[in-house]
Design a protein around this ligand. Structure first.
Ligand SMILES: Nc1ncnc2c1ncn2[C@@H]1O[C@H](COP(=O)(O)OP(=O)(O)OP(=O)(O)O)[C@@H](O)[C@H]1O
Length: 698
C-alpha cells in the first residue's frame, strides 16, 4: 500500500468510528421520538380539547420522525478543523448531547457550518482543513481534504480529487439529488443570505439555480422561524418538473414544503390549453383591471330602484343606492362579503324612505281631516291627553315609527333579499371570467386590446377552462371571495421567467410578507413570456424591491455543448456574456436523416449509445407535435421522451434533440425552446436534423 493510500485508509477508519457514534445518537433520537409518539397516541383524551391537543402533539412528533428518517441517508458529509484545533462535523441535521459542549453534528444550515461552504485559501475563515466524507449507508467509504491555511499536508490529510468532481460524475437518475455536501461558495452565499425580502437568482443553464432555490427553501425553514411557521411553497412550471425535484427537500429532512404548479395552487384542473398568442393575451395585466370592472359593473348600477315592501313598491332614489354602493365598495371587502354591507346600507336607506313617506302620509291625512271637519287632530289629541294628566305625549304620528323594528324586519325579508340579488348578485369566479370572455355578454372593454386581440380572447359558454384561464379565475376568486386562505411565509419560484403578469399576481397574493426566492433565465423563456428582464417582470408587483444575484458557472452543460450554442444565445439574448462550464465532454454530433427514416435513425442512435454507455439516462427532446409519432414508435422503451415545451429544468446524461428546425418553428420563441433542449445533457449531445423532403430528393 502506498503511503497516500495508507493515510487515506487510516483516516477513513477513524471517521468510521466517529460516524458510528453519530449514528447511535441518531438512532436514540429516532427511537425516542417513535416511543413518544406511541405514548401520545395511547394516552386517553377527555373531551374535544384534549383530543385536539393530543392530535397536535402526535402531528408534531410524526413530522419530527419524517424529518429524521428523511435525513438518515448521507447523514454526515463534512468536517471542518479550525485553526485552534476545534473539530466540527457537518450533516443534514444537528445532534447535540447534553453533556457535551460542542454539538455532535452541526446542521448544514447553522452559522457554524458556513465556513464549510464558503472558506477559500484566500479567505480561510479560521479553518485549517475542510474534509468531505463519502458514505454508503452509514459506512464511510472515502474522505477528501482541502487545506485552507496554506499549511503543508500532514500524515492526517487526504488531499485528492474534490467531491464536486465525484458528484458531477455520478449517473443521472431522472430525479434531482441534493447538493448539500458540495454547494459552491457563490451558491451558498445566496442560500444563506440574511435578506428576508425577494431574492432573484439568474444564470445560464445548469448553473445551479434549482439547486440554490431548493436549498434556500430548506434554509428559510431553519433560519426564519416566522416564515417557516406560515409554510414554504415551491412553485414549478409543470408536474414533470416537480417530479424531477420532489426528492431534494425530503432528503434534506424537510417534508412540509408544498410543491405545486399554478393550477394546483388555484385548485383548478384545466381541461384544455390555449394557443400561445391567446395565452400571452390572457397573461396580460390589463385583464386584472377588466375583471375588476366586470365585478364593479355587477354592483348596483346607477338609477332609482323600486323595491317591494309588503304590498307596496317603494322607490329608492338613485343617490341613496349609489351612496350604499360606494360605502360597500370602500369597506375593502370582496364582492360577496361586501354584499352584506350593501344590504344593510340599502335597508337603512329604505327605513329612512319609509319613515319619510309614512310621515308625509300622516300629514296628508291630518290636512284632509282639518279641511273636512275644521279640526286640528294633533291639537285635539294633545288637549285630550292633557286633560288625562299626560303631558309628554308624542308630538306627531311619525314619531311612533319604530325604525329599529322595521329595519330588523326588512333585513329578514325575502323580498329585500331578492332586491339585493338584483342589485348586488352573489358571483362565482367562473361567472366573472365568463362575463368577460364569453360572446354575447358586453364586458367592459380593456383599452389595451385591439378588436382582433379581443376576438382571440372570446370563448364559447361551454368551453372548458384552459391553463391560461387559471390565473384569471384565481384573480376573479380574490375579487368575489377575498384573498386566498392558504398563504405562505416564503415562496420559491423555479423557472420564474415563465410567469405572466396574471400568474405573478396569483403568487404575490399568497405571500403577504413578500419573502421570496425567484430563479430563472430569460434566455430560456417560453412563448407566453412577455417581459424581457426581471425589472419588467417584477416591477408591477414589487417595484425595485428585489436583490438580484447571478450564477456564472455551469455544473451541467459541458463546455463543448455551450460553445455550439453561442450563436443561438447571441440571437435570443444579445449581449449576454457566455457562461463557463466546469465540465468537459464529447463534441456534440449532428446526424441528418430523411423524414421517413427518422424513427429508424433515432432507434439506431439510441441502441448505439445504450451499448457504448450502458446504464446512462438519455433524453429524447422533440417538438410537441412529434410526440405522438415517437411515442407510437416505442422510443420510451429506450429513453425519456420529452416535448420541448416541457424540457425546462430537466437533465440527462445524454440528450438527442430531434429536428431543431421543427422545434424552432413549433411555437413562438421556438429558438429559446431549442436552446433549452440543447443544454440538457451532462455528457453528450446528438442532434438529428430532418431536412425538408424537397431538399433531400433534389
Ligand atoms: N454545488 C453543486 N454540487 C453538485 N452538483 C451541482 C451543484 N450545483 C449544481 N449542480 C448540479 O448541476 C446540475 C444543474 O443544476 P440546476 O438544475 O440547479 O441548474 P439550473 O441553473 O436550474 O438549470 P436550468 O437553467 O437548466 O434550469 C444539476 O445536476 C445539479 O445537481
Amino acid at each position: 500500500m502506498s503511503q497516500i493510500n495508507e493515510v487515506a485508509a487510516r483516516e477513513v477508519e477513524s471517521e468510521r468510528l466517529q460516524v458510528s457514534v453519530i449514528g447511535e445518537l441518531f438512532d436514540e433520537r429516532l427511537t425516542g421520538t417513535r416511543e413518544q409518539l406511541a405514548r401520545v397516541l395511547a394516552s386517553p383524551a377527555d373531551g374535544a380539547s384534549e383530543t385536539y391537543e393530543r392530535e397536535v402533539a402526535a402531528g408534531r412528533l410524526a413530522g419530527e420522525i419524517r424529518r429524521l428518517e428523511g435525513a438518515e441517508d448521507g447523514l454526515v458529509f463534512g468536517r471542518i478543523d479550525l485553526a485552534d484545533g476545534t473539530v466540527l462535523r457537518i450533516g443534514r441535521l444537528g445532534l447535540h448531547r447534553d453533556a457535551d459542549e460542542l454539538p455532535v453534528l452541526v446542521d448544514w444550515r447553522a452559522e457554524a457550518a458556513r465556513p464549510f461552504y464558503e472558506a477559500t485559501p484566500v479567505h480561510p475563515m479560521g479553518l485549517r482543513r475542510r474534509r468531505h466524507l463519502r458514505l454508503t449507508g452509514r459506512t464511510v467509504e472515502a474522505v477528501s481534504d482541502e487545506l485552507l491555511d496554506g499549511s503543508s499536508p500532514t500524515g492526517q490529510d487526504v488531499v485528492g480529487d474534490g467531491p464536486l468532481a465525484a458528484a458531477l460524475q455520478a449517473r443521472r437518475t431522472g430525479r434531482m439529488g441534493t447538493a448539500v455536501a458540495t454547494l459552491q461558495a457563490e451558491q451558498d452565499a445566496i442560500v444563506r443570505s440574511p435578506h428576508r425580502g425577494v431574492t432573484v437568482v439568474q444564470g445560464g443553464p445548469g448553473t445551479g439555480k434549482t439547486v440554490v432555490a431548493l436549498h434556500r427553501a430548506a434554509y428559510v425553514l431553519y433560519a426564519f422561524p416566522k416564515a417557516s411557521e406560515r409554510g414554504v411553497l415551491v412553485l414549478g412550471p409543470n408536474a414533470r418538473f416537480l417530479d424531477y425535484i420532489c426528492q431534494v427537500l425530503p432528503s434534506l429532512g424537510e417534508n412540509d414544503v408544498v410543491l405545486a404548479t399554478c393550477e394546483e395552487l388555484a385548485g383548478i384542473v384545466p381541461g384544455a390549453a390555449d394557443p400561445y398568442e391567446v395565452a400571452r393575451l390572457k397573461g396580460s395585466g390589463a385583464l386584472a383591471d377588466a375583471l375588476a370592472a366586470v365585478v364593479r359593473s355587477r354592483q348596483a348600477p346607477d338609477g332609482d330602484f323600486d323595491v317591494r315592501v309588503g304590498q307596496e313598491w317603494i322607490r329608492l332614489p338613485g343617490g341613496d343606492v349609489a351612496q350604499a354602493r360606494e360605502s360597500a365598495r370602500t369597506s375593502g371587502l370582496a364582492h360577496n362579503r361586501a354584499r352584506q354591507v350593501f344590504k344593510e346600507l340599502l335597508v337603512d336607506a329604505l327605513v329612512r324612505e319609509l319613515a319619510r313617506s309614512g310621515a308625509e302620509a300622516l300629514e296628508r291625512i291630518d290636512a284632509e281631516v282639518a279641511q273636512l271637519t275644521g279640526l286640528d287632530l294633533d291639537k285635539a289629541a294633545a288637549a285630550d291627553l292633557r286633560r288625562l294628566g299626560i303631558d309628554d305625549a308624542p308630538a306627531s304620528g311619525a314619531d311612533e315609527f319604530d325604525a329599529d323594528a322595521v329595519r330588523a324586519d326588512l333585513l329578514d325579508d325575502v323580498l329585500i333579499d331578492r332586491a339585493v340579488e338584483d342589485l348586488w348578485p352573489r358571483l362565482t369566479p367562473g361567472d366573472v371570467v365568463r362575463a368577460l370572455l364569453t360572446d354575447g355578454d358586453e364586458p367592459p372593454h380593456p383599452v389595451q386590446f385591439t378588436d382582433d386581440q379581443w376576438a382571440l380572447l372570446r370563448r364559447t359558454p361551454d368551453a372548458p377552462w384552459t391553463d391560461a384561464d387559471v390565473p384569471l379565475l384565481d384573480e376573479a376568486a380574490s375579487l368575489v371571495d377575498g384573498p386566498p386562505e392558504q398563504v405562505f411565509g416564503h415562496v420559491v419560484v423555479d423557472e420564474a421567467q415563465e410567469l405572466t403578469v396574471m400568474q405573478w399576481r396569483m403568487i404575490v397574493r399568497r405571500c403577504p410578507g413578500r419573502s421570496m426566492t425567484l430563479v430563472g433565465d430569460f434566455a430560456q423563456a417560453g412563448p407566453a413570456t412577455v417581459a424581457r428582464d426581471w425589472q419588467e417582470a417584477l416591477g408591477p408587483h414589487l417595484g425595485r424591491r428585489f436583490d438580484l444575484r447571478t450564477l456564472t458557472v455551469s455544473y451541467r452543460t459541458t463546455q463543448e455543448i455551450l460553445a455550439t450554442t453561442e450563436d443561438l444565445l447571441a440571437r435570443i439574448a444579445p449581449g449576454r456574456p457566455p457562461i463557463r462550464s466546469i465540465r468537459r465532454g464529447e463534441p456534440p454530433r449532428t446526424v441528418a436523416t430523411a423524414p421517413d427514416a427518422l424513427v429508424t435513425t433515432l432507434l439506431r442512435e439510441l441502441r448505439e449509445q445504450g451499448a457504448a454507455h450502458p446504464g446512462e439516462l438519455t433524453g429524447v427532446i422533440c417538438a410537441d407535435d412529434r410526440m405522438e409519432q415517437l411515442a407510437a414508435a416505442g422510443i420510451e422503451r429506450h429513453a425519456r421522451l420529452v416535448p420541448a415545451s416541457q424540457a425546462r429544468g430537466l437533465e440527462f446524461d445524454a440528450a438527442v434533440v430531434i429536428d431543431p428546425d421543427g422545434i424552432t418553428a413549433a411555437r413562438p420563441g421556438g429558438e429559446r425552446d431549442l436552446y433549452v433542449a440543447l443544454t440538457r445533457a451532462t455528457k453528450r449531445l446528438c442532434t438529428i436534423t430532418v431536412p425538408p423532403a424537397v431538399e433531400i430528393t433534389r
